[in-house]
Write a protein that binds this ligand. Structure first.
Ligand code: AMP
Length: 355
C-alpha cells in the first residue's frame, strides 16, 4: 500500500516524502482511511508504531478540506497527551507533516511559564496539543475555548488513566461539544476495563483498529536477561556499556532518587550519563534529552513516567536496571528501541529478589 492510495492531499504527500517515508505503517494504513471518513476510532497502538502520523495526517487533511472561520481562542482540534514530552513530540509531528499547510498549532503543558502560551492562543490556534492539567488552567482563565472542537484525540489514554488524569479528562469533556457533534480518536497500548469505560463515554460508535502488539511484531528487539546480584548491577552495566562500545543507552530505574544516584555513579566509572525524571525542570529534561540525542551523553537514566513518549530515532540499547512492576511498563520500556524498522537490544538485569 502507498500513501498516495490513502487519499491524502498533495501537500501532505510532499511532507511525507520529505520525511523519507515510503509506505504507511500498519496502524497508518488502517487508521487513516477511517479518520478521513469521519469515523471515531479506538486504536490499540503503542509508541513506535507510527500512530502519531496515523492521526496527525488525516486530521490535517480534514482541517484543510473544510476551512471555517473561528474566533481566536476557539480551537478546532484538541490532542490530549499524558506527558510534556509526548505533547511536545506530537506538536513536532504536526509541524513536520503540516509544513506545507497554513494551520496554526500550539502546545501547552505545565512546568513552564503560562504567559507565552496565552499569547499564542490569543493569536488564534486551530490545533492544540495539551497535557490535561495545564489545559484546565487555560480553561479556567478563559484563554482557550473548547466549545467548537471538531476533533478530539486522546493519545496514550491508558497512561493518562495510570497517571490519575481521569477527573481532569472528565472536566475537559464537559467543555467540548457532545460526542456525536465531534470526531474522537482514542489511542491506547492496553485495553483495560477502565479504558473500555472511558471509550464508551467518549466515543461515538467507534471502529476498532488493532495492529499486532508491539512486543509481538518487534522481533527486531532482542531481549536478554542477565541474572546478577543487586549490588553488582552497576559494575555489570558499566562493563556492558564499555566493553560493548554501546554509544547510546537508555537505562530504566524505578525511582527518581535511584536514577540520580546511578547517573552519578556511572560518571565516576567514566561513562557520560545524565538522569531524566519528573523532579527535574522542563528545561533540564529538554537539555538532558537533547544531549543524549546528539551523542554528548552516552547513558540516559530514566524513570518510567519521564521516559513515556520519548522518541529517539534508532535507539540501539535499552536496559532495565530494575524490572518494572507491571508488564505494560516492560513493553513500553523496551519499545524505546527497535523502532521504525531498526534493530535493538533490551537487556534486563535481574537480581534474585526480582525473579
Ligand atoms: P510514533 O509511534 O508515532 O511515535 O512513531 C514512531 C517513529 O516512526 C517516529 O520516529 C516516526 O518519525 C516514524 N514513522 C512514522 N511513520 C513512518 C512511516 N510510514 N515510515 C517510516 N517511519 C515512520
Amino acid at each position: 500500500m502507498s500513501f498516495e492510495s490513502l487519499g491524502l492531499s498533495a501537500e501532505l504527500l510532499r511532507a511525507i516524502s520529505e520525511q523519507g517515508y515510503t509506505e504507511p505503517t500498519p496502524i497508518q494504513s488502517k487508521a487513516i482511511p477511517l479518520v478521513l471518513q469521519g469515523k471515531d476510532i479506538m486504536a490499540g497502538a503503542q509508541t513506535g508504531t507510527g500512530k502519531t502520523a496515523g492521526f496527525t495526517l488525516p486530521i490535517l487533511h480534514l482541517l484543510s478540506d473544510r476551512p471555517v472561520e473561528r474566533r481566536p481562542r476557539q480551537v478546532r482540534v484538541l490532542v490530549l497527551a499524558p506527558t510534556r514530552e509526548l505533547a511536545a513530540q506530537v506538536a513536532e509531528s504536526v509541524e513536520t507533516y503540516g509544513r506545507h499547510l497554513p494551520h496554526r498549532a500550539a502546545v501547552v503543558f505545565g512546568g513552564v511559564n503560562i504567559n507565552p502560551q496565552i499569547s499564542r492562543l490569543r493569536g488564534g490556534v486551530e490545533i492544540l496539543i495539551a497535557t490535561p492539567g495545564r489545559l484546565l488552567d487555560h480553561v479556567q482563565r478563559k484563554t482557550v475555548d473548547l466549545s467548537q472542537v471538531e476533533m478530539l484525540v486522546l493519545d496514550e489514554a491508558d497512561r493518562m488513566l495510570d497517571m490519575g488524569f481521569i477527573h481532569d479528562i472528565r472536566r475537559i469533556m464537559k467543555c467540548l461539544p457532545d460526542k456525536n457533534q465531534r470526531q474522537s480518536l482514542l489511542f491506547s497500548a492496553t485495553f483495560s476495563n477502565e479504558i473500555q469505560q472511558l471509550a464508551n463515554q467518549l466515543l461515538n460508535r467507534p471502529e476498532l483498529v488493532e495492529v499486532a502488539r508491539r512486543n509481538a511484531t518487534v522481533e527486531l528487539i532482542e531481549q536478554v536477561v542477565h541474572p546478577v546480584d543487586k549490588n553488582r548491577k552497576r559494575e555489570l552495566l558499566s562493563h556492558l556499556v564499555g566493553a560493548g562500545y554501546w554509544q547510546q543507552v537508555l537505562v530504566f530505574m524505578r525511582t527518581k532518587h535511584g536514577a540520580n544516584r546511578l547517573a552519578r555513579q556511572l560518571e565516576t566509572d567514566g561513562l557520560s550519563a545524565t538522569a531524566i525524571h519528573g523532579n527535574k525542570t522542563q528545561a533540564a529534561r529538554t537539555r538532558a534529552l537533547a544531549d543524549f540525542k546528539q551523542g554528548r551523553v552516552r547513558v540516559l537514566v530514566a524513570t518510567d513516567i519521564a521516559a513515556r513518549g520519548l522518541d529517539i530515532d534508532q535507539l540501539p540499547h535499552v536496559v532495565n536496571y530494575e524490572l518494572p512492576n507491571v508488564p505494560e511498563d516492560y513493553v513500553h520500556r523496551i519499545g524505546r528501541t527497535g523502532r521504525a524498522g531498526h534493530e535493538g537490544t533490551a537487556v534486563s538485569l535481574v537480581s534474585p529478589a526480582e525473579r
